[in-house]
Design a protein around this ligand. Structure first.
Ligand code: UDP
Ligand code: MG
Length: 314
């Protein structure tokens, strides 16, 4: 019996790329058709354009397509999760829909999978199509993340990856709401490897990751994989207490033994107030971020909501 492979692809306002991407991806899948059965799970992440319509049109002629229509935009991570939870293959491959993840790599991934690897990450060897800012910010992010977390994130690995069924089952046991898929896929263990590739330009359309979303993903990643910020603020607290103690001793000595020199030290007072006020706000905001996570976990809302699943059972 042929093994079944699920391809999970999230779509958010991607009407400009769908047809081209579909042709390109299926071109490579067709070459592997005599070895594997494919299921292409397209997750429509609350697109406001014609994405869903175009996907439905494609599925009329292609029974491999399974369309999961989310009730609104839940974000990239949740869209991938919805796809993963609905995948029925012996292995699943996640990739972006804009052909920045070259589909030619799929056959290589499957080869490595047949050799016994259970998690295969695609790693961008160069980022020459990325802007200068994206390159620098990515470098900085991986530096900070790997410093702070005991799970070491390989650099330049995004969401293009193959997971064996066993690895997928393990991954889906992580129920956290603020998910960081690439981190979790390393955390689960199993036999992991990389394939290097060059990242292409987006075929059409604009990035759906403005700076704000990128920063959000980076903080979510760090907060999910590290409690070191909490330890750092404890250390800052100890340090400040130490200096405060020195300051108090100094003030007391001046007051008790050199009272003729004691000046109304308003400068010292105001500096101390500003300094402590600033540090306190910083510390509270870090604690606040963790509390926010506790809050969302306690709410335990559904990760995503499906409006409908379309399957062409021809
Ligand atoms: N995406 C999504 N929901 C979102 C944002 C993005 O499903 O809220 C999808 C998008 O359609 C694409 C993938 O996630 O398939 C990656 O997005 P994009 O290419 O815009 O990110 P970039 O490659 O610029 O980092
Ligand atoms: Mg992209």
């Amino acid at each position: 019996m042929k093994k079944k492979i699920s391809i999970v692809i999230p779509f958010y306002n991607e009407e400009e790329v769908i047809n081209h991407s579909y042709n390109e991806i299926t071109k490579y899948l067709n070459q592997l058709e005599n070895q594997y059965n494919f299921e292409i799970i397209c997750v429509n992440d609350g697109s406001k354009d014609k994405t869903l319509k175009f996907l439905l049109e494609l599925s009329e002629n292609d029974p491999r397509l399974k369309i999961i229509d989310l009730s609104r935009n839940f974000g990239h991570e949740m869209a991938i999760l919805a796809g993963l939870e609905n995948a029925t293959g012996d292995a699943v491959i996640t990739m972006d829909c804009d052909l920045q993840d070259p589909p030619s790599l799929i056959s290589e991934m499957l080869k490595l999978w047949e050799e016994g690897y259970e998690v295969i990450h695609a790693k961008r060897s160069k980022r020459k199509t990325d802007s200068f800012f994206k390159k620098i910010s990515a470098k900085l992010f991986y530096k900070i993340f790997n410093r702070l977390s005991s799970t070491q994130m390989p650099e330049n690995v995004a969401n293009f990856r193959l997971l064996d069924k066993s690895a997928l089952d393990a991954l889906l046991r992580f129920k956290e709401h603020k998910r960081y898929y690439r981190g979790l896929s390393v955390l689960i263990g199993f036999k992991q490897t990389f394939i290097e590739h060059e990242r292409n330009e987006r075929v059409a359309g604009k990035t759906k990751y403005p700076l704000k979303k990128m920063l959000r993903l980076a903080t979510d990643a760090i907060l999910a994989f590290s409690s070191i910020p909490l330890q750092i603020i404890t250390q800052i607290g100890i340090l400040i207490s130490f200096f405060s103690f020195l300051g108090i001793t100094y003030a007391l000595i001046v007051k008790l033994f050199f009272s003729e020199y004691a000046v109304p030290g308003w400068a010292f007072t105001t500096i101390a107030i500003f300094f402590l006020g600033g540090i306190q706000i910083l510390i509270m905001s870090i604690i606040g971020m963790y509390i926010e996570r506790i809050y969302t976990e306690v709410l335990n809302r559904p990760h995503y909501i499906i409006r409908a699943i379309y399957e062409n059972k021809k």
